[in-house]
Design a protein around this ligand. Structure first.
Ligand code: AMP
Length: 307
Protein backbone atom coordinates (compact mmCIF):
# COMPACT_ATOMS: atom_id res chain seq x y z
CA UNK A 1 0.00 0.00 0.00
CA UNK A 2 1.37 3.40 -0.91
CA UNK A 3 0.57 6.93 -1.98
CA UNK A 4 2.11 8.07 -5.25
CA UNK A 5 2.50 11.76 -5.97
CA UNK A 6 3.42 12.91 -9.44
CA UNK A 7 4.06 16.50 -10.43
CA UNK A 8 6.66 19.11 -11.18
CA UNK A 9 9.86 19.16 -9.14
CA UNK A 10 11.25 22.54 -9.92
CA UNK A 11 13.25 25.64 -9.35
CA UNK A 12 11.17 28.75 -8.69
CA UNK A 13 12.04 32.43 -8.51
CA UNK A 14 9.42 34.32 -6.55
CA UNK A 15 8.71 37.97 -5.96
CA UNK A 16 6.23 39.14 -3.35
CA UNK A 17 5.74 42.55 -1.71
CA UNK A 18 7.96 41.17 1.10
CA UNK A 19 10.95 40.16 -0.93
CA UNK A 20 12.42 38.24 -3.76
CA UNK A 21 14.08 34.84 -4.03
CA UNK A 22 16.64 33.55 -6.43
CA UNK A 23 16.18 30.00 -7.68
CA UNK A 24 14.75 27.94 -4.82
CA UNK A 25 13.37 24.43 -4.82
CA UNK A 26 9.67 24.27 -5.64
CA UNK A 27 7.29 22.33 -7.81
CA UNK A 28 3.89 20.81 -7.24
CA UNK A 29 5.17 17.33 -6.29
CA UNK A 30 7.69 18.83 -3.89
CA UNK A 31 5.10 20.74 -1.87
CA UNK A 32 2.51 17.95 -2.06
CA UNK A 33 4.82 15.10 -1.03
CA UNK A 34 6.30 17.05 1.88
CA UNK A 35 2.78 17.89 3.11
CA UNK A 36 1.53 14.30 2.73
CA UNK A 37 4.55 12.95 4.61
CA UNK A 38 3.23 14.51 7.85
CA UNK A 39 0.21 12.18 7.78
CA UNK A 40 1.23 9.12 5.79
CA UNK A 41 4.50 7.23 5.86
CA UNK A 42 4.56 5.53 2.45
CA UNK A 43 4.76 8.46 0.07
CA UNK A 44 6.45 7.84 -3.30
CA UNK A 45 7.27 10.56 -5.79
CA UNK A 46 7.28 10.45 -9.60
CA UNK A 47 8.95 13.30 -11.44
CA UNK A 48 11.96 14.48 -13.38
CA UNK A 49 14.77 16.94 -12.71
CA UNK A 50 17.96 17.95 -14.48
CA UNK A 51 21.44 17.52 -13.08
CA UNK A 52 21.26 21.12 -11.78
CA UNK A 53 19.19 19.64 -8.94
CA UNK A 54 21.49 19.00 -5.99
CA UNK A 55 21.85 15.86 -3.91
CA UNK A 56 20.94 17.84 -0.77
CA UNK A 57 17.62 18.76 -2.40
CA UNK A 58 16.84 15.11 -3.03
CA UNK A 59 17.97 14.29 0.53
CA UNK A 60 15.17 16.56 1.81
CA UNK A 61 12.65 14.10 0.38
CA UNK A 62 14.46 11.11 1.85
CA UNK A 63 14.64 12.75 5.27
CA UNK A 64 10.83 12.96 5.18
CA UNK A 65 10.60 9.25 4.34
CA UNK A 66 9.61 9.99 0.71
CA UNK A 67 10.66 7.33 -1.80
CA UNK A 68 12.47 8.93 -4.78
CA UNK A 69 13.02 5.85 -6.96
CA UNK A 70 10.57 7.33 -9.48
CA UNK A 71 12.36 10.69 -9.63
CA UNK A 72 14.40 10.68 -12.84
CA UNK A 73 17.58 12.76 -13.07
CA UNK A 74 18.44 13.77 -16.64
CA UNK A 75 22.14 14.31 -17.21
CA UNK A 76 23.05 17.49 -19.09
CA UNK A 77 19.52 18.90 -18.84
CA UNK A 78 17.89 21.64 -16.79
CA UNK A 79 15.06 21.28 -14.28
CA UNK A 80 11.66 22.88 -14.82
CA UNK A 81 11.82 26.58 -13.95
CA UNK A 82 8.93 28.82 -12.99
CA UNK A 83 8.96 32.45 -11.95
CA UNK A 84 6.07 34.44 -10.57
CA UNK A 85 5.30 37.83 -9.10
CA UNK A 86 2.53 38.47 -6.59
CA UNK A 87 0.42 41.62 -6.55
CA UNK A 88 0.08 43.68 -3.39
CA UNK A 89 -3.01 41.82 -2.16
CA UNK A 90 -1.13 38.47 -2.51
CA UNK A 91 -4.29 36.88 -3.93
CA UNK A 92 -3.26 37.18 -7.53
CA UNK A 93 0.02 36.67 -9.31
CA UNK A 94 1.54 36.91 -12.75
CA UNK A 95 3.58 34.08 -14.17
CA UNK A 96 6.73 35.71 -15.52
CA UNK A 97 8.56 32.65 -16.86
CA UNK A 98 7.66 29.00 -17.48
CA UNK A 99 10.60 27.01 -18.83
CA UNK A 100 9.50 23.40 -19.22
CA UNK A 101 13.07 22.08 -19.80
CA UNK A 102 13.06 18.39 -18.66
CA UNK A 103 9.26 18.48 -18.34
CA UNK A 104 8.91 19.18 -22.06
CA UNK A 105 9.24 15.49 -23.01
CA UNK A 106 8.69 13.89 -19.62
CA UNK A 107 7.93 10.18 -19.83
CA UNK A 108 6.96 9.11 -16.30
CA UNK A 109 8.50 5.84 -15.16
CA UNK A 110 6.58 3.86 -12.56
CA UNK A 111 9.06 1.55 -10.79
CA UNK A 112 7.82 -1.97 -10.02
CA UNK A 113 7.97 -1.14 -6.30
CA UNK A 114 5.33 1.58 -6.91
CA UNK A 115 2.73 -0.87 -8.25
CA UNK A 116 1.25 -1.22 -4.75
CA UNK A 117 -0.26 2.27 -5.19
CA UNK A 118 -3.67 2.69 -3.57
CA UNK A 119 -3.78 6.48 -3.48
CA UNK A 120 -2.66 8.58 -6.42
CA UNK A 121 -2.17 12.31 -6.59
CA UNK A 122 -1.73 13.69 -10.09
CA UNK A 123 -0.13 17.02 -9.28
CA UNK A 124 0.16 19.93 -11.65
CA UNK A 125 1.63 18.66 -14.94
CA UNK A 126 0.49 18.19 -18.51
CA UNK A 127 -2.82 16.26 -18.50
CA UNK A 128 -1.38 13.84 -21.02
CA UNK A 129 1.40 12.85 -18.63
CA UNK A 130 -1.14 12.62 -15.80
CA UNK A 131 -3.16 10.21 -17.92
CA UNK A 132 -0.10 8.13 -18.80
CA UNK A 133 0.53 7.53 -15.10
CA UNK A 134 -3.01 6.19 -14.59
CA UNK A 135 -2.53 3.84 -17.55
CA UNK A 136 0.85 2.60 -16.32
CA UNK A 137 -0.52 1.44 -12.98
CA UNK A 138 -1.51 -2.22 -13.16
CA UNK A 139 -4.28 -1.85 -10.55
CA UNK A 140 -6.76 0.99 -10.33
CA UNK A 141 -6.01 3.07 -7.21
CA UNK A 142 -8.72 3.42 -4.54
CA UNK A 143 -8.61 7.20 -4.91
CA UNK A 144 -7.21 9.47 -7.62
CA UNK A 145 -6.96 13.20 -7.07
CA UNK A 146 -5.95 15.58 -9.83
CA UNK A 147 -4.71 19.13 -9.44
CA UNK A 148 -4.27 21.40 -12.42
CA UNK A 149 -4.07 25.07 -13.36
CA UNK A 150 -5.15 27.61 -15.97
CA UNK A 151 -1.90 27.05 -17.94
CA UNK A 152 -3.11 23.55 -18.96
CA UNK A 153 -6.68 24.73 -19.59
CA UNK A 154 -5.24 27.25 -22.04
CA UNK A 155 -2.99 24.89 -23.97
CA UNK A 156 -4.36 21.35 -23.48
CA UNK A 157 -8.07 21.59 -22.67
CA UNK A 158 -9.15 18.50 -24.63
CA UNK A 159 -6.55 16.32 -22.91
CA UNK A 160 -7.58 17.73 -19.56
CA UNK A 161 -11.29 17.00 -20.18
CA UNK A 162 -10.39 13.42 -21.11
CA UNK A 163 -8.18 12.94 -18.05
CA UNK A 164 -10.68 14.29 -15.51
CA UNK A 165 -13.14 11.58 -16.61
CA UNK A 166 -10.76 9.04 -15.05
CA UNK A 167 -10.35 10.59 -11.61
CA UNK A 168 -12.26 10.86 -8.32
CA UNK A 169 -11.34 14.29 -6.93
CA UNK A 170 -10.48 17.46 -8.85
CA UNK A 171 -8.83 20.38 -7.05
CA UNK A 172 -8.68 23.79 -8.72
CA UNK A 173 -8.92 27.39 -7.58
CA UNK A 174 -11.97 29.61 -7.98
CA UNK A 175 -10.75 31.38 -11.14
CA UNK A 176 -9.89 28.05 -12.75
CA UNK A 177 -13.33 26.64 -11.82
CA UNK A 178 -14.89 29.63 -13.57
CA UNK A 179 -12.65 29.16 -16.61
CA UNK A 180 -13.35 25.42 -16.86
CA UNK A 181 -17.12 25.74 -16.49
CA UNK A 182 -17.82 29.12 -18.07
CA UNK A 183 -19.94 29.94 -14.99
CA UNK A 184 -19.26 32.78 -12.55
CA UNK A 185 -21.24 31.28 -9.67
CA UNK A 186 -19.10 28.62 -7.99
CA UNK A 187 -22.21 26.58 -7.19
CA UNK A 188 -23.19 26.47 -10.87
CA UNK A 189 -19.56 25.89 -11.84
CA UNK A 190 -19.35 22.92 -9.45
CA UNK A 191 -22.48 21.35 -10.92
CA UNK A 192 -21.07 21.57 -14.43
CA UNK A 193 -17.63 20.30 -13.43
CA UNK A 194 -19.04 17.32 -11.51
CA UNK A 195 -20.94 16.41 -14.69
CA UNK A 196 -17.57 16.25 -16.51
CA UNK A 197 -16.52 13.16 -14.52
CA UNK A 198 -15.00 13.69 -11.07
CA UNK A 199 -17.13 12.53 -8.13
CA UNK A 200 -15.76 15.21 -5.84
CA UNK A 201 -14.64 18.76 -6.54
CA UNK A 202 -12.57 20.97 -4.28
CA UNK A 203 -12.48 24.66 -5.09
CA UNK A 204 -9.58 26.46 -3.38
CA UNK A 205 -10.27 30.09 -2.60
CA UNK A 206 -6.94 31.21 -1.18
CA UNK A 207 -7.39 33.31 1.95
CA UNK A 208 -11.13 32.56 1.80
CA UNK A 209 -10.72 28.82 2.40
CA UNK A 210 -12.00 25.92 0.34
CA UNK A 211 -15.26 24.29 -0.77
CA UNK A 212 -15.87 20.58 -1.17
CA UNK A 213 -18.65 19.47 -3.52
CA UNK A 214 -20.13 16.00 -4.02
CA UNK A 215 -23.50 15.36 -5.72
CA UNK A 216 -25.78 17.94 -4.06
CA UNK A 217 -23.66 18.28 -0.93
CA UNK A 218 -21.26 21.09 -0.11
CA UNK A 219 -18.87 21.65 2.80
CA UNK A 220 -16.87 24.79 3.49
CA UNK A 221 -13.69 25.29 5.46
CA UNK A 222 -12.14 28.66 6.26
CA UNK A 223 -8.52 29.61 5.83
CA UNK A 224 -6.76 30.62 9.02
CA UNK A 225 -6.57 34.41 9.37
CA UNK A 226 -2.80 34.96 9.48
CA UNK A 227 -0.96 38.09 10.53
CA UNK A 228 1.85 37.53 8.04
CA UNK A 229 1.57 35.95 4.63
CA UNK A 230 4.96 35.98 2.96
CA UNK A 231 4.59 33.74 -0.06
CA UNK A 232 1.48 31.86 -1.24
CA UNK A 233 3.48 29.74 -3.74
CA UNK A 234 2.75 26.07 -3.33
CA UNK A 235 -0.18 26.57 -0.97
CA UNK A 236 -2.51 24.77 -3.39
CA UNK A 237 -0.16 21.80 -3.77
CA UNK A 238 0.48 21.69 -0.03
CA UNK A 239 -3.28 21.66 0.51
CA UNK A 240 -3.76 18.79 -1.94
CA UNK A 241 -0.83 16.84 -0.46
CA UNK A 242 -2.18 17.25 3.08
CA UNK A 243 -5.62 16.22 1.82
CA UNK A 244 -4.51 12.98 0.19
CA UNK A 245 -2.03 12.20 2.99
CA UNK A 246 -4.92 12.33 5.44
CA UNK A 247 -7.17 10.25 3.14
CA UNK A 248 -4.48 7.59 2.77
CA UNK A 249 -4.02 7.42 6.53
CA UNK A 250 -7.78 7.30 7.20
CA UNK A 251 -8.32 4.56 4.61
CA UNK A 252 -12.05 5.27 4.09
CA UNK A 253 -13.36 7.22 1.17
CA UNK A 254 -16.50 9.22 1.73
CA UNK A 255 -17.71 12.78 2.13
CA UNK A 256 -17.29 12.79 5.94
CA UNK A 257 -13.64 11.70 5.75
CA UNK A 258 -13.04 14.32 3.07
CA UNK A 259 -14.37 17.06 5.36
CA UNK A 260 -11.56 16.21 7.76
CA UNK A 261 -9.09 15.90 4.92
CA UNK A 262 -9.75 19.43 3.64
CA UNK A 263 -9.20 20.81 7.13
CA UNK A 264 -5.87 18.92 7.35
CA UNK A 265 -4.93 20.22 3.89
CA UNK A 266 -5.86 23.78 4.87
CA UNK A 267 -3.80 23.54 8.06
CA UNK A 268 -0.68 22.48 6.15
CA UNK A 269 -1.27 25.20 3.54
CA UNK A 270 -1.48 27.81 6.32
CA UNK A 271 2.09 26.93 7.32
CA UNK A 272 3.30 27.01 3.73
CA UNK A 273 2.45 30.69 3.19
CA UNK A 274 4.21 31.85 6.35
CA UNK A 275 7.67 31.62 4.79
CA UNK A 276 9.19 31.62 1.31
CA UNK A 277 9.06 28.41 -0.71
CA UNK A 278 9.18 25.16 1.25
CA UNK A 279 11.10 26.74 4.15
CA UNK A 280 8.32 26.32 6.68
CA UNK A 281 6.87 22.98 5.63
CA UNK A 282 10.19 21.14 5.69
CA UNK A 283 10.56 21.65 9.41
CA UNK A 284 7.27 21.12 11.21
CA UNK A 285 6.84 19.17 14.39
CA UNK A 286 3.88 16.87 15.03
CA UNK A 287 2.79 19.16 17.85
CA UNK A 288 2.80 22.25 15.62
CA UNK A 289 0.61 20.42 13.10
CA UNK A 290 -1.79 19.11 15.77
CA UNK A 291 -2.08 22.57 17.37
CA UNK A 292 -2.77 24.20 14.00
CA UNK A 293 -5.53 21.70 13.23
CA UNK A 294 -7.10 22.49 16.60
CA UNK A 295 -6.99 26.20 15.70
CA UNK A 296 -9.04 25.37 12.61
CA UNK A 297 -11.57 23.48 14.68
CA UNK A 298 -11.84 26.40 17.13
CA UNK A 299 -12.09 28.95 14.34
CA UNK A 300 -15.62 28.09 13.30
CA UNK A 301 -16.95 26.03 16.23
CA UNK A 302 -19.81 27.58 18.14
CA UNK A 303 -22.80 26.53 20.21
CA UNK A 304 -26.13 27.48 18.71
CA UNK A 305 -28.03 29.35 21.42
CA UNK A 306 -31.55 30.77 21.22
CA UNK A 307 -31.57 34.54 21.83
P1 AMP B 1 0.70 26.76 -6.58
O1 AMP B 1 1.16 28.03 -5.91
O2 AMP B 1 0.06 25.78 -5.64
O3 AMP B 1 -0.11 27.04 -7.80
O4 AMP B 1 2.01 25.99 -7.09
C1 AMP B 1 3.18 26.63 -7.44
C2 AMP B 1 4.16 25.60 -7.94
O5 AMP B 1 3.72 25.07 -9.19
C3 AMP B 1 5.54 26.21 -8.17
O6 AMP B 1 6.45 25.63 -7.26
C4 AMP B 1 5.87 25.88 -9.63
O7 AMP B 1 7.13 25.30 -9.78
C5 AMP B 1 4.79 24.91 -10.08
N1 AMP B 1 4.28 25.23 -11.42
C6 AMP B 1 4.01 26.45 -11.94
N2 AMP B 1 3.56 26.34 -13.22
C7 AMP B 1 3.53 25.01 -13.51
C8 AMP B 1 3.17 24.23 -14.65
N3 AMP B 1 2.72 24.81 -15.77
N4 AMP B 1 3.27 22.89 -14.57
C9 AMP B 1 3.71 22.30 -13.46
N5 AMP B 1 4.07 22.96 -12.34
C10 AMP B 1 3.99 24.30 -12.35
Amino acid sequence: MSLIIIGSVAFDAIETPFGKTDKIVGGAATYASLAASYFYKKVKIVGVVGDDFHKKDIDTFTEHGIDTEGLQIKAGEKSFFWSGKYHNDMNSRDTLITELNVLGDFDPIIPESYQDCEYLMLGNLSPQVQQTVIKRLKNKPKLIILDTMNFWMDIALDDLLETIKLIDVLTINDEEARQLSGEYSLVKAAKKILAMGPKYLIIKKGEHGALLFNEDKVFSTPALPLADVFDPTGAGDTFAGGFIGYMAKAGTINFETMKNAIVYGSALASFCVEKFGTEKIVNLTEKEVADRIQEFVNLSAFTLTEA
